[in-house]
Structure formats: structure tokens, C-alpha cells
Design a protein around this ligand. Structure first.
Ligand SMILES: *Cc1c(COP(=O)(O)O)cnc(C)c1O
Length: 393
């Protein structure tokens, strides 16, 4: 590891860092000085790995998608994060951070959520561990994602609708940060992606790195080699992508291909293609690429997939794209939806619309017949049924 990973100040190249209000300085500093130690404690590892196995259902299968492979003329394996408890990779991170919070003596958990997947994962783990849980969610998203709100409430969490700004994820995140500033001593803020101030991006990447750790073992068993020719994933904030690529970053023969949401087209004014369109700025404690207007106002992103429409991008991914270690493709709503229907017909798997963006990137690639491709299927499509039905209507 080296030029691809975070430095001691939390920077990936020019991106990252910790730009936080004074009141949170002690909290973030303590977390920064604690997280690596905790992650390496044998008792933490035992509890974390035990829960991943028996509660989440890991290892998630690495499935050779035969009919999909035939279509694209290579060998495509799907990493089945969709089969995890609560339906996506987000639970890997939620369990890890809440175990860290408990070891830091925190009694109250807060989180932000957009589509509700991170909120549901956090509320689930809080129920399991008997912790107080408050989830901030934009009022527009509360309306759009009723079922997830009802799940969080059934799990015992308090869902706070946020009515400032555009009433979506960015505003929910601001409100969660405000709560954290008012309750710095007893509260731990569980961030759902590789975003936010250092050490969050690195901590979340490490907690999700179980994905690529498993891929290496599973590929060795199935193919007699640990490294594929390509790893592919979708990027919102970047956590499933970070987990999928983590143990391949230094394997330069493994190409990293990421898909961001182009919405109605990169140049349509309605997209969430942050790496293509973003400019350097600071959002939620991190210096990174941001969708912003000429005068630096954050622009509301758009994607058909609620999990990908964040106006920023994790600093790790901004860096990897900038130095050319990853290739980032922009996939439109329509391309993702077609890819979702295709996977459903060919393999009998209904993917989350976020994951369908990674599938939509397959079409833009030129593979050789003996190429081995591992694609992260970050979540299942149950939550998206209404969108799929209305799209076809
Ligand atoms: C939240 C979510 C994403 C996007 O978040 P990342 O941090 O970029 O992984 C992707 N897929 C699914 C299924 C999600 O729930």
C-alpha cells in the first residue's frame, strides 16, 4: 500500500482531510486515534467476524453468472452483497461502527439516510445491541421511502424528517452533524459511506474490505487465482466500491471500473456524475469533488436511484480516478434500468437500481473471452419494485 491509501492526515492525494467545527474536534480526534487500534483488537475481530457470519450470513457467495457471461463474452462473477441481512452491503459497516461506538463508551447512535438503506441497517444493529437510535432523513425521502421509514420505526429508531434545503440526503447529513455538535459526549455518528471527515472514509473502507478479502479466497477456489482482470462496482459515496477494490488496489493487473449515475445524461443538468462533473470543494468535512455551480453553491444531484444521488464523492475515489488507477463510467437511468431487466431475465436476480448501474457499465467495455470480471451486486431490488413497475408502465 502507499500512494493509493490514506495518509496520517486523512488525505488521498489532494482529497480528504477533516474540515470540522471546533466543537467536534475532540470527538473526531479521539475516533482518529482509536479506530485502527480497535479494528485490530482480537476481541473486536472476534465479535465483528462472528456477527458477519451468523447474523449477516457471510461470506456472501461469488456466483458465476453463466448467461450474463455468454452475453458479454467473458467470465462474469457476481459478488452477492444483495443476499446479506437487510439486503445490501451497508450492514457490514453499520455493525463495525456500532461495535466501535460501544468500545468508546457511547450510548446513543445517530445516522443520516437517503433512500433509507443505511438507516435500516443502523436501526437493525441498534435493535440487536439495545442502543438508542435517531435517524435523520429528508422530508422528501421520508415520503418517497415509506416502507423503509416504517421498518426503522418498527426496529425502535426515531426517524426525524428534515425540512431544510431540498429536504434530501445532503440536508439530512447537515442535521445529523448539528445533532452531533449538540451531543458530542454520549453520541456516535454512524456515517453510511466512504465520505465525511477523516477517519470515516478510511474506517468505512476497511469495514467494507471484507468484500474483496472474500473475493480473493473465493476466486482462488474457483479459478486457481486470487486476482480477476476486472473489478466493477457502482459509486454513490463509494463504500461498496471501496470494499470491492480494497485488496486489489496494489494489483495493477486488476483493472478497476466504477459506474457513477449519469441520470438523464451527463450534460442534461440532471445527473449525479460527480467524478465527471464535480469541482474541488468541501462538503461534510471532506475536501473532494462536488457538484456545484459557478459560484460554489452545491447543486442538487439527480439519479433514478436514491442511493447514488449524493452531490459529493468519497475522497478515495476522487483520487483513484484522478491518478488513473480507476476508470469511471457514467451510466444513465435508462441504461441502468435496461441492465436491471436484463439481469432479471438472464439470471433470475432482481438487483437494486444502484447495483444496476455497475451492470449497465458492462455494455461500455470490450472484454476478451478469457477475462475474469468480478462485479459487486451491492443490493437487492425489493426496495425498488415501485420504480421498476412505474418505469415499464
Ligand atoms: C447505498 C447504496 C449504494 C451506494 O452507496 P456506496 O457507499 O457508494 O456503496 C449502492 N448500492 C446499494 C444497494 C446501496 O444501498
Amino acid at each position: 500500500m502507499g500512494k493509493f491509501t490514506v495518509d496520517s492526515n486523512g488525505f488521498y492525494g489532494e482529497f480528504g482531510g477533516a474540515y470540522i467545527p471546533e466543537i467536534l474536534y475532540d470527538n473526531v480526534e479521539t475516533l482518529k486515534n482509536t479506530y485502527l487500534e480497535v479494528l485490530n483488537e482480537p476481541s473486536f475481530k472476534e465479535e465483528y467476524e462472528g456477527l458477519l457470519k451468523d447474523y449477516v450470513g457471510r461470506p456472501s457467495p461469488l456466483y458465476l453468472a453463466n448467461r450474463l457471461s455468454l452475453k458479454y463474452g467473458c467470465k462474469i462473477y457476481l459478488k452477492r452483497e444483495d443476499l446479506n441481512h437487510t439486503g445490501s452491503h451497508k450492514i457490514n459497516n453499520a455493525i463495525g461502527q456500532i461495535l466501535i461506538a460501544r468500545r468508546m463508551g457511547k450510548t446513543r447512535i445517530i445516522a443520516e439516510t437517503g433512500a433509507g438503506q443505511h438507516g435500516v441497517a443502523t436501526a437493525t444493529v441498534c435493535a440487536l445491541m439495545n442502543m438508542e437510535c435517531v435517524v435523520y432523513m429528508g422530508a422528501v425521502d421520508v415520503e418517497r421511502q415509506k416502507l423503509n421509514v416504517q421498518k426503522m420505526e418498527m426496529l425502535g429508531a426515531t426517524v426525524v424528517p428534515v425540512t431544510s434545503g431540498n429536504m434530501t440526503l445532503k440536508d439530512a447529513t447537515n442535521e445529523a452533524i448539528r445533532d452531533w455538535c449538540s451531543n458530542p459526549s454520549n453520541t456516535y455518528y454512524v456515517i453510511g459511506s466512504t465520505v465525511g471527515p477523516h477517519p470515516y472514509p478510511d474506517m468505512v473502507a476497511r469495514l467494507q474490505s471484507i468484500i474483496s478479502e472474500e473475493i480473493r479466497k473465493q476466486l482462488l477456489e474457483k479459478e486457481g487465482r486470487e486476482t480477476p482482470d476486472y473489478v466493477m462496482a457502482c459509486v454513490g459515496g463509494g463504500s461498496n466500491a471501496a470494499g470491492t477494490i480494497y485488496h486489489f488496489i496494489d494489483e495493477i493487473n486488476t483493472e478497476i471500473v466504477l459506474a457513477e449515475a449519469a441520470g438523464k445524461g451527463i450534460n442534461s443538468g440532471e445527473s449525479a456524475a460527480t467524478i465527471h462533473l464535480g469541482k474541488l470543494g468541501i462538503i461534510h468535512g471532506s475536501k473532494t469533488l462536488i457538484m456545484q455551480s459557478e459560484d460554489g453553491q452545491i447543486e442538487e444531484p439527480y439519479s433514478i436511484s436514491a442511493g447514488l444521488d449524493y452531490p459529493g464523492i468519497g475522497p478515495m475515489h476522487a483520487h483513484l480516478a484522478k491518478i488513473g488507477r480507476s476508470q469511471v463510467l457514467a451510466v444513465t437511468d435508462d441504461e441502468a434500468m435496461q441492465a436491471a431487466f436484463e439481469l432479471t431475465k438472464l439470471e433470475g436476480i432482481i438487483p437494486a437500481i444502484e447495483s444496476a448501474h455497475a451492470l449497465g457499465a458492462l455494455n461500455k467495455m470490450k472484454f476478451k473471452a478469457d477475462d475474469i470480471v468480478v462485479l459487486c451486486l451491492s443490493g437487492r431490488g425489493d426496495k425498488d419494485m415501485e420504480t421498476y413497475i412505474n418505469y415499464n408502465a
